[in-house]
Design a protein around this ligand. Sequence first.
Ligand code: 4NP
Length: 146
Amino acid sequence: MKSVLFVCLGNICRSPIAEGVARKLIEEGGHGIAVDSAGTGSWHVGEAPCKHSVTVARNNGVDISHLRARQVTKADFQAFDLIVALDASNYRDLRAMGCQNLVKLGDYGYGGADVPDPYFFDGFEGFENVYTMIRECVSELLSKHL
Ligand code: 4NP
């Protein structure tokens, strides 16, 4: 695998964490894999990741503050070797767009579970759990697809 794209709904909470975690693991491993993230929706295009995602990532040594949200396009399905959906609705939306090279992040060590959408969480609580799930799944995914 030479490139991977993580996709959630808004590209401001979950997939930027996945992108940051993957980039760090890839750099540490010396692997030349390109990483990006995107959202199926357009509401937050151009925005930085939400503050709790930036904080939980920073607490774990990952800087995602410079990332900016963008919307996924069909061209991404050709441009990236693997597209990774963060939950079942993201997976369905991407399939409906014609994406074939598609997996779900929770299939890597979490029995296919959805990464919960933290956008509607009340405060910071919950972001630690989301971060842990994303880090463990991304690590498993990279070890399977390197
Ligand atoms: P994300 O979280 O998909 O993890 O970036 C969300 C961000 C925004 C919205 C939903 C989820 N929204 O409805 O605007």
